[in-house]
Write a protein that binds this ligand. Structure first.
Ligand code: E4P
Length: 225
């Protein structure tokens, strides 16, 4: 499963990219506003830090302007993935851009029917929002299960399920069990994945017991030189 980070914070992206475990980045207009940065410059800088897809979302909602914005964004770097909303015009833009070889992430997906349409439009990624469905009392993970099942039934569908609006590690684990291809998570959720109290407790005990031996591993290596 690929891990993307969902943020417009370049320092967070650099920090997570340094782990070697980051496969891509997603942004949206709200995250860009929060960053306070110039959108085009920021996307260019993110693309230099991360080799994988970097989603940059169009701002317009009409077909002509979205298409022009998408073409412009795609020129920033080869790994830009143009993000479009799941609307009639958004899917028309998706079809145009994907036919031209541009990666497209179709966002704001809340139903399996919408996901099927995005696949037909040639989307590289479909972004179903689990957390926002949970927020209104619906089962976000059920949507992931439905989309994964539907896409798997058709060999010709190459669109990857990119689980978005992840709020906690359980969203990730359950999506991984279903076979979703990608998860985009806020930096805080990615950091939560590493931690378990028994890991901390066990490591503290190992460090303390090792100190009692009075040995150092590198001391042995130096002695053998
Ligand atoms: C995905 O690409 C979106 O930017 C993101 O996952 C939305 O998450 P939110 O519902 O926490 O805003």
């Amino acid at each position: 499963m690929k891990f993307f980070v969902d943020t417009g914070d370049l320092n967070e992206i650099k920090d997570l990219a340094a782990t070697g475990l980051l496969d891509g980045v997603t942004t949206n207009p709200s995250l860009i506003a929060k960053s306070g940065r110039n959108f085009i410059e920021l996307i260019g800088e993110i693309c230099e830090v991360v080799d994988g897809p970097v989603s940059a979302e169009v701002a317009a909602t009409d077909y002509e302007t979205m298409l022009a914005e998408g073409r412009y964004l795609a020129k920033i770097a080869p790994n830009v993935c143009v993000k479009v909303p799941l609307t009639v015009d958004g899917l028309k833009v998706c079809k145009q851009l994907s036919d031209a070889g541009t990666q497209v992430n179709v966002t704001l997906c809340f139903s399996p029917a919408q996901a099927l349409l995005a696949a037909k439009a040639g989307a590289t990624f479909i972004s179903p929002f689990v957390g926002r469905l949970d927020d209104i009392g619906q089962d976000g993970l059920n949507l992931i299960s439905d989309i994964v099942e539907i896409y798997a039934a058709y060999d010709h569908i190459k669109t990857e399920v990119l689980v978005a609006s992840i709020r906690h590690p359980i969203h990730l684990i359950e999506s991984a069990k279903m076979g979703a291809h990608v998860a985009t998570m806020p930096p805080s959720v990615i950091r939560q994945l590493y931690s378990h109290p028994l890991t901390d407790k066990g490591l503290a005990a190992f460090v303390s017991d090792w100190a009692k031996t009075g040995q150092t591993i590198l001391g042995n290596a130096k002695a053998a030189e």
